[in-house]
Design a protein around this ligand. Structure first.
Ligand SMILES: Cc1cc2nc3c(=O)[nH]c(=O)nc-3n(C[C@H](O)[C@H](O)[C@H](O)COP(=O)(O)OP(=O)(O)OC[C@H]3O[C@@H](n4cnc5c(N)ncnc54)[C@H](O)[C@@H]3O)c2cc1C
Length: 477
């Protein structure tokens, strides 16, 4: 009888793991168990009354690098090429990004000329930060906070404005707590290997082998900065669902896993409330903190390590305005914590993906709220009403973008514990988890945003890697 692999969690990581398992030349029996009634996890696209598409989670996927190319390959294999909406390199959403500092929007400099010119809110041209970076010696610590790393190499302004904002934009987190080694591994590696981030970027880490397809070549030729799908990004998990079902994967929805136990013979028993499943191997693609509560007592050291990988909440407010215009054209702007502890940034969705505007087209924006402001409210046990987030978001759109009229449509969602935080020393937690799994020979593989990257591409890759590990060979892709 063939092996049974149970995949826990039907977010993009669990779907990608199942996809790569079932494409093997001799695939195991695959059962995907999802606790909620729908697949996709944080990837969720909803349609407004006028047909506009609002993304409640991720809104763009980067095509760059080997991981970006692998995701595009999967998109082609799923037959979604004609659905892809690219943001080409010459588009304002690819070229312009802004910081909101001192009550004004500032374009981030791009290109060599931009680095030589004064570029407020920075007091000096960023060329000087580059010069400092080239002459700064290599750090000696095995890990460092993003803030400390950036301050040491690029100076206090870049650390407290640019890197602070970047950490808020990507992780909704605090640069003084997040780890450079785990959050921005390419910067950490560049310093380790080349002594300098800039030298590392110039000399490159050596191109890893990349897959090839017509879509990947098009993305490269047109220098795409990101892409979405015509029906919204949720089309991707929906297409994976159809594909997996057609290949015989059993998908159980609305069935939260409530416990895992090891049986004689080393097989798993996966408890689902009133029923259970047996598995030869488990791929866990649920958050680390969830898995930590499911593990049996034999795996207590692993559960302890996983329970320390926490996540923060983000409130996503989608706004739509009729007849309104933005003061600038670009991807959006980020807000450093010194400017506003609660507003992380605003994405100008209509600029990147006007195809998602409804009929008649209305201006769509997404205000992301979180940071220390939200953490404090959560810690105090305050009532987190939709009105609170809506008011704060509308005020930010009015003050930061001049959109003073009330929006015609608004969606508010609080995504609790949605973004894992790779805090200082995260790599040690991963190492202790890996060592425990190897030493105990537990038939369990970890995947998902909790470990090595929160971007959709990272999550898909974590699912692929988990499948490779379970199969012991590269799957057919
Ligand atoms: C607001 C927001 C905006 C983002 N923007 C971007 C972006 O623009 N670009 C980008 O690349 N990335 C973005 N990300 C990050 C990215 O979307 C996520 O990191 C990624 O979708 C996480 O996927 P996952 O499968 O690892 O986890 P999840 O999506 O969390 O999936 C885990 C699944 O496990 C299920 N589950 C939980 N407990 C159980 C249980 N006991 N039993 C069974 N199932 C269970 C959950 O219901 C869920 O479906 C964003 C994230 C958020 C929250």
């Amino acid at each position: 009888m063939g092996r049974t692999v149970v995949v826990l969690g039907g977010g993009i990581s669990g779907l990608a793991a199942s996809y790569h398992l079932i494409r093997a030349s001799c695939p195991p029996k695959v059962v995907l168990v999802e606790g909620s009634k729908r697949l996709g996890g944080w990837i969720r696209s909803v349609r407004g009354p006028d047909g506009a598409i609002f993304e409640l989670g991720p809104r763009g996927i980067r095509p760059a690098g080997a991981l970006g190319a692998r995701t595009l390959l999967m998109v082609s294999e799923l037959g979604l090429d004609s659905q892809v909406l690219p943001v080409r390199g010459d588009h304002p959403a690819a070229q312009n990004r802004f910081l909101y500092v001192g009550g004004a929007l500032h374009a981030l400099p791009s290109g060599i000329r931009g680095l030589l010119r004064p570029s407020p809110p920075f007091s000096k041209p960023l060329f000087w930060a580059g010069l400092r970076e080239l002459t700064t010696p290599r750090g000696k610590d095995p890990d460092e906070t993003v803030h400390s790393f950036a301050q040491r190499r690029l100076g206090p302004e870049v650390a407290s404005l640019a890197m602070d904002s970047l950490c808020r934009g990507v992780f909704a987190g605090n640069s003084r707590e997040l780890s450079i080694r785990s959050c921005f591994p390419s910067l950490f590696q560049a310093e380790q290997t080349h002594r300098s981030i800039l030298l590392g970027l110039l000399l490159g880490a050596g191109r890893s082998p990349q897959p090839d397809s017509a879509l990947i070549r098009q993305a490269r030729a047109e220098r795409w900065s990101q892409w979405s799908l015509r029906g919204g990004l949720e089309t991707l998990p929906q297409a994976l669902n159809t594909y997996l079902t057609s290949r015989g994967v059993s998908i159980l929805k609305g069935q939260p896993v409530c416990g895992l136990s090891l049986q004689a013979g080393g097989r798993w028993k996966v408890s689902l409330g009133h029923s259970s499943l047996e598995a030869d191997h488990i791929i866990s693609a649920v958050p680390a903190s969830v898995l930590s509560k499911l593990l049996p007592t034999e795996a207590a050291p692993l559960a302890r390590a996983l329970s320390t990988i926490t996540a923060v909440s983000v409130a996503v407010v989608n706004l739509q305005y009729q007849g309104a215009r933005l003061p600038v054209q670009g991807f959006g702007h980020l807000v450093p914590s010194s400017e506003d502890p609660g507003i992380l940034g605003i994405v100008y969705d209509s600029v990147a993906f006007p195809e998602h505007d409804g009929s008649p087209p209305g201006l769509r924006l997404t205000v992301m709220l979180g940071g220390s402001w939200l953490q404090m409210l959560e810690a105090k046990g305050c009532v987190l009403s939709q009105e609170l987030f809506q008011q704060k978001a509308e005020k930010a759109a009015a003050t930061q973008l001049g959109l003073k009229e009330p929006p015609s449509h608004c969606l508010v969602h609080l995504h609790k514990n949605s973004i894992p935080q790779y805090t200082l020393g995260h790599w040690q937690k991963l190492e202790s988890a890996t060592q425990f799994l190897a030493a105990q020979k537990l038939p369990l593989t970890l995947a998902g945003a909790s470990y090595e990257g929160v971007a959709v591409n990272d999550c898909i890759e974590s699912g692929r890697q988990a499948a490779v590990q379970v199969l012991g060979i590269e799957p057919n892709s």
